[in-house]
Design a protein around this ligand. Structure first.
Ligand code: N01
Length: 517
């Protein structure tokens, strides 16, 4: 695949497709475009390294709660996964290896952050302004920035006064020594559940500020044996079967989220029995017992969460944090909790898709305005009013029960199908999802979401403050696959612009080395 060329639009770099973000989504998209012979492509990456969330989250114990053989690309299986649930460094190494194997690194423009992308209606071209200056012009923009990029840090009174280190779990300081420290942790989602057990044993004291107790499921985590790894290396078929078995096993977990109350009640019964086995103190049991249906928030996977909370040097505080003081945290009951370090495990601004980038579509339509009542997309990938613009991991494509990498592949395949049609050239320069098609899709999606557990009364990053579920897909992952595979591209209008830009060809000579910046 050719990378990119400079000009002919002044100093702007011209490409056929600009992908924003070099995480799992961006890599997947670039590889699929390469296979389809679509280019030149650039991947715009704001950091100096690829990896997205797996580059950013380096906290102790960071790992995946989806099994490794499924949390990887179907087209790049890895027989060497060391354990059933890989840790962060192994996942990041896998991503780096995939980028090398498919020769994607040369397409990445590192240390380049998109400030704004605006659609030039007349020329059918996206003009992308880069933070600090510079422009990239692209016929198509594909955002692959993910939903969990920007940490959410509560704006607590007195934050600046806190004397010790305080940081978000996704910005863990290198080389931080927490041994012997009095540590405060705000939040108890998937991130906290992974790092708290890793740091509690050596802490002088750990205070967990919990707002809502989590539903906890055991994690069948173990190392693969040498014999298993050798078998996977020998037999790609055995590895495929292993992956398929994991996929089907996870698919059935969707039942917990849907109408089948029996499945949910069964899960809850088992989860509470496990909690009681580890927590003897009746008061702590009460604090750790959720009062909302399982799955409404992401179910966390851990074998050592409850044993950690039962430790004598660990305290679970359920009073709200009122303010930070130089020496610790004050809760709403006026109690002071003396702390040396404070860790925000408070999640991400997941409902603010694509922000802080400014995306302006046809006729100056701002995506933030279009999404003022909550993000919405057609099949999770396209938005009416934003021609030649696509997303991976867009609104309503997240899962609570299966692998997001599977969803990325489905979306990348669908977008590639769209672009093949677009670049055939017979039907024009620009494609845009029809407003009626998008509205009909979202009516169906909302009706299906209303029948899920997410419509319940709990708070989570799955939904906006007013309760609109913007993150989750409404059904089984396989159903999304089928819906995307069978979707007609007649849902899009193909038009020609007044003054279409000269098309770039795949073989156009390169004048700007992509990885040079
Ligand atoms: O964030 P979260 P996370 N005062 O949003 C609490 C993915 N992930 O970083 O429940 C007090 O789940 C908040 O309380 P409440 C995964 O998809 C994946 O842990 O809102 N507390 C909650 O307890 C996951 O779902 C892996 O009442 C406040 C916590 O902070 C997603 O990332 C591993 C508060 C936030 O939990 C996010 O997980 C790790 C406040 N002002 C993460 N604000 C994999 O293995 C928030 N909270 C793939």
């Amino acid at each position: 695949m050719a990378a990119m060329s400079s000009g002919p639009e002044g100093d702007a770099t011209r490409v056929k497709v600009a992908i924003i973000g070099a995480g799992f989504g961006g890599l997947c998209m670039a590889i699929q475009l390469d296979r389809a012979g679509i280019g030149p492509v650039v991947i715009i990456e704001k950091h100096a390294q690829l990896g997205g969330t797996w580059r950013d989250n380096t906290y102790p114990g960071a790992g995946c709660d989806v099994p490794s053989h499924l949390y990887s690309f179907s087209f790049a299986p890895n027989p060497d996964w060391s354990r059933t649930y890989a840790r962060q460094s192994e996942i990041l190494a896998y991503m780096e290896a995939v980028a090398d194997r498919f020769d994607i690194r040369r397409l990445i423009r590192f240390n380049t952050e998109v400030a704004e992308a605006r659609f030039d209606d007349d020329r059918g071209l996206w003009l992308i302004d880069v933070v600090g200056g510079g422009r990239i012009d692209a016929e198509v923009v594909i955002s692959a920035t993910g939903q969990l990029d920007h940490p959410a840090v509560p704006d607590l009174p007195g934050q600046e006064s806190f004397a010790g280190p305080r940081f978000h779990s996704a910005r863990w300081p290198d080389g931080l020594d927490l041994a012997g420290k009095r540590i405060g942790v705000i939040g108890n989602g998937s991130s906290a559940v992974q790092f708290v057990p890793e740091i509690a044993a050596d802490a002088a004291r750990l205070v967990l500020f919990q707002r809502t107790p989590a539903w906890v499921s055991p994690k069948p985590d173990r190392a693969y044996t040498d014999a298993e790894i050798a078998r996977f290396r020998r037999s790609p078929t055995a590895m495929k079967l292993h992956r398929a078995k994991i996929f089907l096993g996870l698919e059935k977990n969707f039942l917990v989220f849907g109408r089948a109350r029996f499945a949910r009640e069964q899960f809850q019964k088992q989860a509470l029995a496990i909690m009681r086995r580890h927590i003897a103190d009746p008061e702590l049991r009460r604090r750790l017992t959720p009062d909302y249906p399982a799955g409404c928030k992401r179910i966390v996977l851990s074998n050592d969460w409850y044993p950690t909370l039962a430790r004598p040097n660990v305290e679970v505080v359920t009073r709200r944090v009122a303010a930070l003081r130089p020496g610790g945290v004050e809760t709403v009951d006026g109690a002071r909790h003396d702390l040396d370090v404070l860790i925000y495990a408070t999640g991400f601004r997941a409902t603010e898709f694509l922000q802080p980038m400014k995306i302006t579509g046809r006729g100056g339509l701002d995506l933030n305005d279009a999404w003022s009542e909550g993000a919405e997309a057609h099949r999770g990938v396209a938005v009416s009013g934003f021609p030649n613009f696509f997303m991976l991991f867009g609104p309503n494509t997240s899962l609570g029960h299966n692998s997001i990498i599977f969803m990325h592949e489905v979306q990348a395949t669908y977008i590639t199908r769209c672009l093949k049609r677009l670049f055939q050239g017979r039907r024009g320069q620009v494609m845009e999802v029809k407003a009626q098609a998008m509205a009909a899709y979202n009516r169906g999606l909302r009706a299906a979401l209303d029948r899920t557990v997410w419509a319940g009364s709990c708070n989570s990053w799955y939904k906006t403050a007013d309760g609109r579920v913007t993150a989750q897909w409404s059904s089984f992952a396989s159903r999304y696959w089928w819906a995307m595979r069978s979707a007609s591209l007649d849902e899009y209008a193909f038009t020609t612009c007044d003054a279409p830009v000269r098309a770039l060809s795949q073989s156009q000579a390169l004048t700007t080395p992509a990885g040079a910046s």
